[in-house]
Design a protein around this ligand. Structure first.
Ligand SMILES: O=C(O)c1ccccc1N[C@@H]1O[C@H](COP(=O)(O)O)[C@@H](O)[C@H]1O
Length: 231
């Protein structure tokens, strides 16, 4: 079944809906300019609403070590998502210093963008392939923008990966079918207003995504295994 990450969860209704829908990952945004940003304490309180359930992912944009340390001291994160301009060296440093698997987000617009995969593959655990921000966008992600799925369709990606960018409950089945993505990630497409999650759309998205393709049973454990383990 396709792995599903619901990102940008910041309230109890959104978190509870993500758990109830059977999502594999829930994303907390630690990037203050985002309308989905949460404080470490708020994320910890949300996370504590369910024992187990989706793996907890922290989304960061060019984070300092101090921010990573403060968040990880408060929130039991399973994965660190780096969604900024982090270099391969910085990704490797974060992975080694904080002992969590790292998922690197890359913006895809033209075939040449995929060349970056090789540089990051030795030092990260996962990829998230997203659209580049549209002109004038103030955020590096979460813009409801899709990229041309033909760029990744049938392509061997050198780590487990999630497809992101402008996905919705209405489009996710086609997206998985066309790309062969083992997992998907969504934020805007499951909101009723910018930054406000819609429980019904979360349920619809997870159901639609899981009706199509994806990884074998047990895949989520492999996807989120500890950064301390060999890949
Ligand atoms: O969601 C945000 O606010 C955000 C902020 C900064 C960097 C990344 C962000 N979101 C990520 O982008 C994907 C795709 O979003 P969308 O579905 O197109 O709205 C989202 O899932 C997050 O991983």
């Amino acid at each position: 079944m396709t792995l599903v990450k619901i990102c940008g969860v910041k309230d109890a209704a959104g978190f509870d809906a993500t758990v109830a829908a059977g999502a594999d990952f829930v994303g907390f945004v630690f990037y203050p300019p985002s309308p989905r940003a949460v404080t470490p304490d708020a994320a910890a309180a949300l996370s504590a609403r369910a024992a187990g359930g989706p793996k907890r992912v922290g989304l960061f944009v060019d984070p300092t070590d101090a921010l990573l340390a403060a968040v990880l001291a408060a929130v039991p994160l399973d994965l660190v998502q780096l969604h900024g301009e982090e270099t391969p060296a910085r990704a490797a440093e974060v992975r080694a210093r904080f002992g969590r698997p790292v998922m690197k987000a890359l913006g895809i617009a033209v075939p040449a963008d995929l060349a970056l995969l090789e540089a990051y593959a030795p030092v990260v655990d996962r990829f998230l392939l997203d659209a580049k921000p549209p002109p004038g966008a103030s955020l590096p992600g979460g813009n409801a923008a899709a990229f041309d799925w033909r760029l990744v369709a049938g392509r061997a990606i050198p780590r487990p990966w999630l497809l992101a960018g402008g996905l919705t409950p209405e489009t996710v089945r086609d997206a998985v079918r066309q790309t062969g993505a083992p997992g998907v990630d969504v934020s805007s497409g499951v909101e009723r207003a910018r930054g406000v999650k819609d429980p019904d759309r979360i349920a619809a998205f997870v159901s639609a995504a899981k009706a199509e393709g994806g990884v074998s049973k047990g895949g989520v454990a492999a996807f989120a295994r500890s950064g301390a383990e060999p890949r």
